[in-house]
Ligand binder design. Structure first.
Ligand SMILES: CC(C)(COP(=O)(O)OP(=O)(O)OC[C@H]1O[C@@H](n2cnc3c(N)ncnc32)[C@H](O)[C@@H]1OP(=O)(O)O)[C@@H](O)C(=O)NCCC(=O)NCCS
Length: 192
């Protein structure tokens, strides 16, 4: 049976089953998760680290992330499988007056858990939280080289909005274009 559930942070932690039967625990990230998040980031292949918006292999950067959570600017849903971090979905929003209806999503799933529906699941959790906060639009940023990520976001309903030339610089100092995609949340129904 499909159930509609309220989109609040109080619904966590929660158990979920991915489409291949993998059991995951969904819970909100907190300060105590800092080391696990750093370890997760450090386990990623180097070419993937190139694309991270912030260098989350650095504990100080994750400390800043935790501060943003504590200050209510970010909500991060962690997906754990077999006691290990398998991925996260983050909602970032700000108090800039004329963009207060827009949130940004960032998702990352470890290689071992890709293609099982965890990215979609985390995205849906972020959408639900965003709707609960009254946000109307969700934005995702990536470089066009992230072919899989772009295909995934398109599959999830995002549309390309803008391509900004040489707008990001990777860890090796190479500039890349920045693709901005967005999704209108008005059509989103929170079901599972
Ligand atoms: C993007 C990412 C989060 C997807 O995670 P995932 O758990 O593999 O995604 P899912 O299995 O839930 O797939 C979601 C949808 O995208 C599709 N998809 C996933 N990877 C794809 C790929 N490489 N090419 C085409 N489609 C793809 C799936 O078929 C699925 O569609 P469906 O549910 O309708 O069948 C993961 O690849 C990742 O962490 N990439 C690196 C980080 C990144 O680039 N993040 C995006 C910028 S914030």
């Amino acid at each position: 049976m499909t159930q509609t559930r309220p989109a609040t942070q109080e619904t966590f932690p929660r158990e979920a089953t991915l489409r291949d039967g993998t059991a995951v625990t969904l819970r909100l990230m907190e300060a105590a998760d800092r080391d696990a998040v750093v370890a997760f980031a450090r386990s990623l292949p180097p070419d993937e680290l190139l694309f991270l918006r912030t260098d989350i292999t650095d504990p100080h950067v994750v400390d800043e992330w935790v501060r943003n959570i504590e200050q209510g600017r970010t909500i991060t849903v962690l997906g754990e499988a077999g006691g290990q971090l398998a991925g996260y979905g983050s909602l970032h929003y700000n108090d800039v007056q004329w963009m207060r209806h827009v949130g940004e999503i960032r998702i990352l799933v470890s290689h071992d858990y890709r293609g099982r529906g965890l990215g979609r699941r985390l995205t849906n959790e972020v959408f639900a939280l965003a709707r609960g906060l009254g946000l109307q639009k969700i934005m995702a940023r990536m470089t066009p080289d992230q072919v899989g990520a772009r295909a995934t976001f398109e599959r999830l309903g995002f549309k390309p909005e803008a391509l900004l030339a040489d707008f990001v610089i990777d860890r090796e100092g190479k500039t890349r274009d920045l693709l901005m995609m967005s999704l209108d949340l008005s059509g989103f129904t929170n079901t599972e």
